[in-house]
Design a protein around this ligand. Structure first.
Ligand code: FAD
Length: 740
């Protein structure tokens, strides 16, 4: 995974941001609304070569990449640019690709500033058709059967779209009958070039919607810091902050999907066409939710025409409906995912500096892990396997360690192989594939990483080799009966004795794996005289010490966790982790490790696989359930969400590795989306597979039911969704804190 744009792309984005900020101001957008077109902005974009940026140099363009075009489109969307930018960029490239003299002549006109657009659906599709940006455009391109057609847009008679104010023209059947289209090119190559142009248009439109939504959320966040009610900035009310945090997460996801699709096109991966559909559908859905949430933050002023937010609210829907009902894109997505012979022509993406996925090294490592599981996962182990910590098997854990498959990302000095975090993601995915529990090792890893950074040399020397050899486990002792979300209110008391040892008394709850663990990573209060954040210290407490008792707590996820009691437990000072009363900073490092969301999104993706298996093997009205359009749509939606969860998760991991400056909210976004959407989709898939999903079973629909029970717990542990939303609002949008 690599999301680093090149310096030239950063510069392009900045210069476009400046251009649209200045030349597509709110006043300009408003004055262009009646015609749906800003001629001065158009002239400037033509002069700068933006309209022809995707045309090959040999044909007079700048031959820039698809990603470059996405960056430009996002900035245009941010400022609601009143020009048919997406349409013109792809049409200009299409004209260059069509081998006809007439197409070349038309391209020459575009190069000198003439307006061009295209109809993004087949001309013979029944019902009304919308031609984006057609009003006043000199050239309108369309496709019917094996022909690419053209018409002079100034002769188009249709109705102007009410919401879009971007010069879109709606053609009803009567209007269409009267129009005199001419053939521009015919044959398979021409049609394929047209279809590829439409796929590119969908991505550019998705980027426009991402820009629009991000700006709407930003406007709402800024307003929520200024506007006061009940003596406070309204941004400090979670009713305002949390919906914006959800919106920001969804829109960041839309940008990632759009870039992911461009990357997949550039690398010619088999999922490329599916990713275009995903980005197209999701950007529309997320934009419409984002603008509604943003407008709501303005209260009554939001609907007043004086406020700009209403422009965003209107445009979001208009832009996302231009190709008709977005549900149809889900039908296409289902075909692209599950009909193997379905081939879609795609554009040439050009240079692509980004990387999505684990990378080839991690894929090879995953094969190594797979081979290990195939050889070593005996029938006895398979019978022992369980998704919870009950599936822990000490001997197999040591075998994994011996094979270098427990903590391969650790430094060599601590028994690892210095592998990347993406190798670890790949490894975790294989554990999920083979149904092997992914709880004890990640928790132990989390503790060990902190021990490496903050513990005493003696504690490191004792615990780390034991963890590395697979001989010891750790558990997390943060939550207490009286405080979970407010973790810094911990009451478990640690008092230093004259000989330097600590005496610990208190209770921890939900100490998962405490019944198996050799150490508990314990948060304790060491100073009661200062503010709650300032008086905490962490300890790596050996579980065999006298005074510790572990009692089971069983959950509806078919999982055991624990309540753990500490009475007069004497802990030598060498087990202290970090300075006395410096627990808050040690905890922050711990929580960053917990938030990337990999553990959640893998279970989520697995649930979709089980639902697909159910659909393939269950009879419905039209053969298997997977042949039913409604079933396909529902599963396709979940496929978008699981891809998005993966992108958000990988971004969180990449941002830590790359030390990306704006990364603070990325982990919380990943955790929030992977768990909340998992739970919503589990509800839907339970319904889809009913009544099979009510039967206890360890396959297909039965495992969808497990997803239903697991996902609700996931929205709670590792920090609840509310806490994550607050973190996103504060760190991603600069909104006021709502917690003390
Ligand atoms: C299966 C499971 C395993 C777990 N494993 C571990 C573990 O290994 N180690 C460990 O230390 N902990 C563990 N936990 C505990 C978990 O981290 C806490 O349950 C979680 O942080 C919530 O704390 P709480 O249960 O006390 O709920 P509370 O904090 O009391 O929250 C109750 C409700 O109030 C909401 N709420 C609280 N504060 C706010 C706020 N400021 N704004 C808005 N809403 C708020 C919450 O979102 C929640 O909906 C586990 C929990 C579960 C369910």
């Amino acid at each position: 995974m690599n999301l680093q744009l090149t310096p030239e792309q950063v510069q392009l984005r900045e210069s476009m941001a400046r251009l649209f900020r200045e030349q597509s101001s709110s006043a300009r957008v408003r004055s262009a609304e009646p015609q749906g077109f800003d001629p001065a902005l158009w002239r400037q974009l033509c002069e700068l070569g933006i309209v022809t940026m995707r045309v090959p140099e040999t044909a007079g363009g700048a031959d820039m990449s698809l990603l470059d075009a996405l960056l430009v489109a996002e900035e245009a969307g941010r400022h609601l640019a009143c020009v048919p930018l997406a349409e013109a960029i792809v049409s200009a490239r299409l004209l260059a690709a069509l081998a006809s003299d007439h197409a070349s002549e038309l391209l020459q006109l575009v190069l000198t500033g003439s307006r061009v657009t295209l109809l993004p659906v087949p001309l013979d599709q029944p019902g009304a058709l919308l031609v984006p940006g057609a009003s006043g455009a000199a050239t309108v391109l369309a496709c019917r059967a094996d022909q690419v057609l053209v018409i002079d847009g100034t002769t188009l008679s249709g109705t102007l779209s009410a919401l879009s104010a971007d010069g879109s023209v709606v053609l009803n059947a009567e209007d269409r009958g009267r129009l005199q289209w001419r053939t521009l090119a015919s044959g398979n190559d021409a049609v394929q070039a047209f279809v590829a142009a439409v796929e590119e248009w969908k991505l550019l439109k998705a980027a426009l919607l991402v820009g629009l939504s991000a700006q709407a959320i930003g406007l709402a966040a800024a307003y929520s810091c200024e506007r006061h009610q009940f003596g406070k900035a309204i941004g400090s009310f979670q009713g305002i902050a949390h919906p914006l945090a959800d919106a920001l997460t969804e829109v960041d996801g839309a940008r990632l999907l759009t870039w992911h699709a461009a990357w997949a096109i550039a690398r010619r991966t088999p999922q490329a066409a599916a990713l275009v559909s995903m980005a197209s559908w999701w950007s529309g859905q997320s934009a419409c939710r984002a603008v509604a949430r943003a407008l709501h933050s303005f209260g009554g002023y939001g609907v007043s025409l004086e406020y700009d937010i209403q422009l965003y609210y209107r445009r979001a829907r208009a832009w996302s409906l231009q190709a008709g009902d977005p549900q149809r894109e889900l039908d296409k997505l289902a075909d692209r995912l599950w009909s193997p012979d379905h081939v879609v022509p795609l554009p040439d993406a050009g240079e692509m500096p980004l990387e999505f996925g684990y990378g080839a090294g991690a894929e090879a490592f995953a094969d190594q892990v797979r081979a290990f599981f195939r050889t070593h996962l005996t029938d006895e182990l398979k019978a022992h396997a369980h998704h919870s910590v009950d599936g822990y098997h000490p001997a197999f854990n040591r075998q994994l360690a011996d094979a270098g498959l427990l903590f391969p990302h650790w430094p060599k000095a601590h028994g690892g192989q210095d592998r990347s975090p993406f190798d670890m993601h790949a490894l975790q995915a294989v554990f999920e594939e083979f149904g092997w529990q992914r709880i004890t090792a990640p928790i132990t890893n989390q503790v060990a990483q902190i021990v490496m950074r903050f513990a005493s040399e003696e504690a490191k020397e004792e615990a780390l080799p034991r963890f590395a050899r697979g001989e010891a486990l750790a558990c997390l002792g943060f939550s207490e009966p009286s405080c979970g979300s407010d973790v810094f209110a911990a009451k478990t008391r640690a008092v230093q004795l004259p000989d330097g040892d600590w005496k610990i008394d208190g209770q921890k709850i939900f100490t998962t794996a405490a019944n198996l663990a050799d150490y508990v990573f314990l948060l304790a209060r060491t100073n009661t005289e200062v503010a709650k954040h300032a008086g905490l210290t962490l300890f790596l407490v050996p579980m065999h010490l006298p005074g510790i008792e572990v009692h089971p707590v069983h959950t509806l996820q078919d999982e055991r966790t624990n309540i753990t009691y500490f009475a007069d437990v004497r802990v030598p000072d060498r087990y202290r982790v970090g300075a006395v009363n410096a627990g808050t900073s040690v905890m922050s490092a711990t929580l960053e490790l917990e938030h990337s969301g990999d553990q959640y999104r893998l279970s989520y993706a697995n649930m979709l696989e089980h639902a697909l298996k159910w659909a393939r093997h269950t009879l419905g009205d039209y053969g298997s359930q997977l042949e039913d359009k409604q079933v396909r749509r529902r599963l396709a939606k979940v496929a978008v969400h699981t891809t998005l969860a993966q992108d958000l998760c990988y971004r969180a991991t990449w941002s830590v590795v790359a030390q990306a400056p704006d990364r603070a909210a990325y982990g919380p976004m990943s955790k929030l989306f992977s768990t909340e959407q998992y739970h919503r989709d589990a509800l839907d898939l339970m319904e889809l597979c009913a009544p099979h999903s009510l039967l206890a079973s360890d396959e297909a629909a039965g495992l969808v039911e497990l997803g239903y029970r697991q996902s609700i717990g996931m929205t709670i542990y590792g920090g609840t969704s509310e806490i994550h939303r607050s973190l996103i609002a504060e760190q991603g949008l600069g909104m006021p804190r709502s917690r003390t």
